[in-house]
Design a protein around this ligand. Structure first.
Ligand code: AP5
Ligand code: MG
Length: 241
């Protein structure tokens, strides 16, 4: 059944399905983009497209792209726009993106944002994106980055200080030993923040200027941030909560 973007679709019972269209999650390293994208994916049934996760999968798989990206990621710099845009274009051809998707960590340069605008304009699904930026203070970000652990199997995200697993260093869901990202050191975090301030902060202004932008406080409990992001998306789509 065709459904208008941002509307709630009755599924025959009492439940309703939200069709959010393309949603961007913006924000500095560690604000909770991945955590929130996973929660929204579970709630709304649309995929998370994380350029960081796709790049890391290429690094672990030893692909040509992964070999080119590894040193760049470990320095806290950005992979060239052309490589990342191509990765996203490829992912957007998958049928699971039809009702919408959560872009996590893309676009993060003005060039990527302008490419995405043109790409969506030219595609059969001409829906504009809506962007939500998550704000967290520098001190809290450092704690989030240095305490982060990930499950290499199910990709769940933990934090040894703030969101600890039930058993130290073990995934609650599948018992796998947790891993630490190679770029989650204080030194690389500082470089990632510099990169964010110089190259990604202008992307926020790009969407703010288009009036398709809201900001949420990311220093609340995870569930409260999820509710705030989802409410912002529905407001931006003109749909009552
Ligand atoms: P990427 O993987 O996108 O890293 P990032 O932007 O630095 O963001 P993070 O993944 O570190 O943080 P997050 O916001 O997802 O936070 P999370 O939910 O994990 O990119 C990595 C690299 O890849 C880049 O540096 C670049 O080199 C390359 N790259 C990627 N995309 C690119 C692009 N488009 N162009 C060019 N290069 C690109 O949460 C963090 C921690 O906080 C976790 O421990 C979590 O448990 C905890 N936490 C989350 N929310 C809360 C909360 N509300 N309360 C308490 N703790 C919380
Ligand atoms: Mg992330």
């Amino acid at each position: 059944m065709a459904v208008a973007v941002g509307q709630k679709q009755a599924d025959g019972g009492n439940a309703v399905k939200i069709v959010p269209g393309p949603v961007l999650l913006l924000g500095a390293p560690g604000v909770g983009k991945g955590t929130q994208a996973k929660a929204i994916m579970a709630a709304w049934g649309v995929p998370q497209i994380s350029t960081g996760d796709i790049l890391r999968a290429n690094v672990s798989g030893g692909t040509e792209l992964g070999q080119a990206a590894k040193a760049i990621i470990d320095r806290g710099e950005l992979v060239p726009d052309a490589l990342v845009n191509e990765m996203v274009a490829d992912r957007l051809t998958q049928p699971d993106t039809a009702s919408g998707y959560i872009l996590d960590g893309f676009p993060r340069t003005l060039g990527q944002a302008e490419w995405l605008d043109r790409h969506l304009e030219a595609s059969s699904n001409r829906l504009p994106v809506v962007a939500v930026s998550i704000k967290v203070s520098y001190t809290q970000l450092l704690r989030r980055i240095t305490g982060r652990r990930n499950c290499p199997v199910c990709k769940s995200i933990y934090n040894i200080y703030l969101q600890p697993p039930k058993v130290d260093e073990i995934c609650d869901l599948d018992g796998t030993p947790l891993a630490r990202r190679s770029d989650d050191t204080e030194a690389v975090f500082e470089e990632r923040m510099r990169t964010y301030d110089s190259l990604t902060a202008p992307v926020v202004e790009h969407y703010r200027a288009q009036g398709r932008f809201e900001e949420v406080d990311g220093e609340q409990p995870v569930d409260a941030v999820t509710a705030a992001v989802m409410a912002a998306v529905l407001r931006l789509r003109g749909t009552a909560v």
